[in-house]
Design a protein around this ligand. Structure first.
Ligand SMILES: [Zn+2]
Ligand SMILES: [Zn+2]
Ligand SMILES: [Zn+2]
Length: 73
């Protein structure tokens, strides 16, 4: 199934903040969210996956500073 991938910045305090997200395609025709899913799909709700997977955070950048919340504290 497809899922969203969150690109996060990791701060020195260990907190992560997402700054962009993208969809990772599973390339299954039986998946409603896939780019190869055929539309219109007649019995989509019975034949196809209707769910997006959990968002997967990945650390794309690291910062030596504290995050916004920790700077305020
Ligand atoms: Zn999918
Ligand atoms: Zn379908
Ligand atoms: Zn923090």
């Amino acid at each position: 199934m497809c899922y969203r991938q969150l690109q996060c910045i990791e701060f020195a305090c260990g907190h992560k903040e997402p700054f962009t997200e993208s969809k990772v395609d599973c390339n299954l025709r039986e998946c409603r969210y896939s780019s190869v899913h055929v539309r219109p799909c007649i019995a989509c709700s019975t034949t196809c996956l209707q769910m997006l997977g959990r968002a997967q955070p990945t650390v794309a950048q690291r910062k030596e500073s504290l995050c916004r919340h920790c700077q305020q504290a």
